[in-house]
Design a protein around this ligand. Structure first.
Ligand code: MG
Length: 369
């Protein structure tokens, strides 16, 4: 199999509402799409850092430059179209997990297209629907939060996650519990708390939450372990679960009992699969998180989420939840039972919609092979 063309497309899709967490807000979703062509087959990947770099140090501009100047030239010089070997070679470059995930995702898709197989089969997953949970950002008022919870419960989502920060935590959880009773509920602190806030979590421990996601700083693994020992509620590590090494340390220290695995942060589907396997061996259940990403990266993540140790609902929501439009057809939909069914077909099962890519594109580059 020979490569015939590589293109990068930088797209910006407007959000319905600003995406807001404890450290910032953005109003459009940037992604850099990687298009690999080989004869009649096309593979797509998505490198998906948020503008503003508030989840990570990666930015759309930096990711574009790294793909354009380093990864793509090296890939063209010595193409590796076996996804695992490609992933291992990408791992030799330090950092830049989003850029690696974008290129690696395109190689997986191309391989699946060429074999005529669904991506989940190549990843070792199974054909099954994936339960989806809704995440609600910090809202201006408790009444806004309650209205959102009501809407997402009505739409069928399997669990509700609410963002918290110091000063907006216990009363939010209490209000949701008082209004909606014993719904599947969790909180995400995005690392906004410190040791002196431990009593807040001891208070939250009374509300039968499914989990408390990333209460403390990314590197505070020992503090997380101490907090976990004080709580019945499982702690889920998100920001801390940034690499296989970090996950090994989490397991060793007992920093939490659940992991949120993000393909973009891990640097691709293969390292994310390894993270899943590591957690499974340690008896730690996982779920698939999102940055959030557009349709290509979301769809590929959903294929990975069919692996057996992804036991909690994913953060991947319907395309229409965040984005005014998406770049795939069909768009990702959550059924009334709160699950996502992957369309049949080779690769992702979803097709990339050229018109949408062109509509939202702000930069494009084609590479000679
Ligand atoms: Mg999180």
């Amino acid at each position: 199999m020979h490569l015939s063309k590589i293109r990068l497309h930088w797209v910006q899709v407007p959000l319905h509402e600003p995406f807001r967490i404890s450290s910032g807000a953005v109003s459009s979703k940037d992604a850099i799409l990687v298009e690999l062509r080989s004869g009649d087959h096309v593979g797509w990947g998505e490198a998906s850092p948020m503008a503003g770099a508030f989840y990570s140090s990666e930015t759309p501009g930096g990711t574009w430059e790294f793909l354009r100047n380093r990864l793509i030239p090296s890939f063209i010089a010595k193409p590796e179209l076996d996804p695992q070997r490609c992933s291992e070679r990408l791992a030799e470059f330090p950092g830049e997990p989003f850029a690696k995930a974008g290129l690696e995702g395109a190689v997986w898709d191309l391989d699946a297209q060429r074999r005529g197989q669904p991506l989940w089969a190549l990843l070792g997953g199974a054909e099954r629907p994936i339960p989806s949970g809704a995440a609600i950002g910090l809202m201006p008022a408790v009444s806004d939060l309650l209205a959102r919870v009501e809407r997402f419960l009505y739409e069928g989502y399997r669990r509700i996650k609410i963002k918290i920060e110091p000063g907006a935590d216990i009363e939010l959880v209490r209000a949701v519990r008082e209004r909606f009773g014993d719904i599947p509920l969790m909180v995400d602190a995005n690392a906004a708390y410190r040791r002196e806030h431990f009593s807040i979590f001891e208070e939250l421990d009374r509300f039968r939450l499914m989990m408390i996601e990333q209460p403390l700083a990314r590197e505070a693994l020992e503090d997380h372990a101490e907090l976990q020992r004080r709580l019945r509620t499982p702690i889920c590590l998100d920001e801390s679960a940034e690499s296989l090494e970090a996950i090994k340390a989490i397991v060793r220290l007992g920093s939490g009992r659940i992991l949120n695995i993000k393909v973009q942060r891990m640097g691709g589907l293969w390292p994310a699969r390894q993270a899943h396997d590591l957690a499974q061996a340690a008896g730690i259940p996982c779920w698939l998180g999102t940055m959030p990403e557009l349709g290509i990266a979301s769809a590929q993540g959903l294929h990975l989420a069919t692996l057996p140790n992804f036991t909690f609902p994913t953060d991947v929501e319907a395309s229409a939840r965040w984005f005014v439009d998406d770049i795939i057809v069909p768009q990702i939909e959550v059924r009334r039972e709160g699950v996502i069914h992957l369309p049949r077909g080779p690769g992702m099962g979803y097709a990339v919609e050229g018109g949408a890519v062109a509509r939202y594109r702000i930069r494009r580059e084609e590479f000679a092979i």
